[in-house]
Design a protein around this ligand. Sequence first.
Ligand code: PRX
Length: 647
Amino acid sequence: MANLHPVPAEFAARARIDKAGYEKLYAESVSDPEGFWGRIGKRLDWIKPYTRVKDVSFDISDLHIRWYEDGVLNVSANCLDRHLATRGEKTAIIWEGDDPDDSRHISYRELHAEVCRAANLLTHLGIGKGDRVAIYLPMIPEAAVAMLACTRIGAVHTIVFGGFSPDSLASRIADSQCKLVITADEGVRGGKRVALKANVDAALERPNTNSVETVLVVRRTGGAVDMQVPRDRWWHALMEGQSEQHDPVPCEAEHPLFILYTSGSTGAPKGVLHTTGGYLVHASYTHECVFDLREDDVYWCTADVGWVTGHSYLVYGPLANGATTVMFEGVPNYPDSSRFWQVVDKHKVTIFYTAPTAIRALMREGEDPVTRTSRASIRLLGSVGEPINPEAWEWYYRVVGESRCPIVDTWWQTETGGILITPLPGATDLKPGSASLPFFGIKPAIVDANGNLLDGATEGNLILTDSWPGQMRTVYGDHQRFIDTYFRTYPGNYFTGDGVRRDEDGYYWITGRVDDVINVSGHRLGTAEVESALVAHVSVAEAAVVGCAHDIKGQGIYAYVTLKVGVEQSEALRKELIAWVRKEIGPIATPDYLQWAPGLPKTRSGKIMRRILRKIAENAPDQLGDTSTLADPSVVRNLVDERMIRG
Ligand code: PRX
């Protein structure tokens, strides 16, 4: 029986939503979604109000998802202009640099002026409504300015995480056919510099990147860069002459807002497309309810803007709500492992939202780096990105939150746009390790492998039987892939790719991915991506990659490699292949283990049996299960023996 943490009295008394409120609103939201979301949609400023709320079919022969379809709005006007009258001098962004002596407060008025100038600049560079813009920036205020400037003119941004390699950047630019790339000379993280502009230069040498006409370069470090005229232009030089006035461009509710690439079971990362109206309603409403937002909160989400969490809960949700949001350039352990809590004390952070992998890494350093800081300002903690193990949950609760602060364990995905299963801090009793109950309008269900609905306390695959406003609308440029990936497995429903257990109280416990996606430190990677990077090396004949348990990262990457005939196995080659994957995709894809595989376990039809490879990686040879369908069972014996030698 899990340790139950009831809603603290302070939250119950002051919360936006209490237990009775949750039950009432949830019931309404699922019985009358049109009425419910019709009302909630009014939280935004619409240039032209919507008259239609929901037009959705999950039927694969007629799949469509439309929310607030005839409404017209502008995202940046909702995040900035409408706050000027009442919150103009309020801090919108507190920027905390990698260097602890470096920080800045940017008011809503200042941010508005910067975004207007940037919108004028983009227009001047020939970027218009619907054009794609790649953003490859470190965690500096210009990242938020660039995002909002795109939304102001109706351009579609695609942010590429600064840790991705030139190849990964190139494939995203090629797929989305961007006209502009916004980058920086270099990024700084943990005292180390990252050569972003040089990576852009390398990316633009790759095929199908000719769509890029301009590269705008923000000066972050002043490090030397190679400016190719006329393609490359300095951000600061061009921003200088721009006006601080700009009329936001009206965008239809279903106008594309951004594309964000994410990994799936097969093939190259998919361009998840989110649109304007529904996304912003969902991001802002969940941000307000889940974090029980108050006007004087200082809210800090530690995610990078390169991930969906950075989109929805660092920039769009908080700014649409007129909140103060902290943007942190650095890492949790620089200059030392008290850094998060030093930043909390410095800026009097009240709400802190991070990933389990960071908590586990800090937990390893002991309690002292935490307890030597005050953290008295914190009132609410959050977790996102992967299942949080109960030990890490309890440590986060007891040590960081001093057993006073509820933890909201928020389950969602790049595809969902915002939080779907989560506690509400004033309404939900907490069970460590459980994302708990569905948010308003969310209808989770559990099915077995054959699609049979399972009732009551049970375990199986997580599906969602109805839409919500923040749902992705398509895979950019490949609608068929959207249908096939999410709606074909359990027709009529959205399949999440996650396994889940539901307990006797109706609480959901996400058990992890059930497909060939691995979750490394809260970052999604397809095993197929790592495999294709490996086989691109001249020495490799074949590769198979699986996830394995990892104390800090949650999951690590375990690669099996078959070398080409005549190539010798060696430690040097093992290291070279690990470095190769790191260079091909980026540091997050670095394999943790690489085992030589003279052969891979395959069925007679040639399909690699990953179930077996996962068990070998786990060092559980007694749990291999049925191997009788293998073409050559001796392959398994060899792999197990090698694994045993390594220990
Ligand atoms: O497996 C689930 C896991 O992360 C996946 C989504 O990854 P991504 O699209 O990169 O988005 C991460 C940030 C929302 C999910 O399919 N996941 C995310 N949050 C949780 C989680 N697993 C368990 N508990 C969570 N709170």
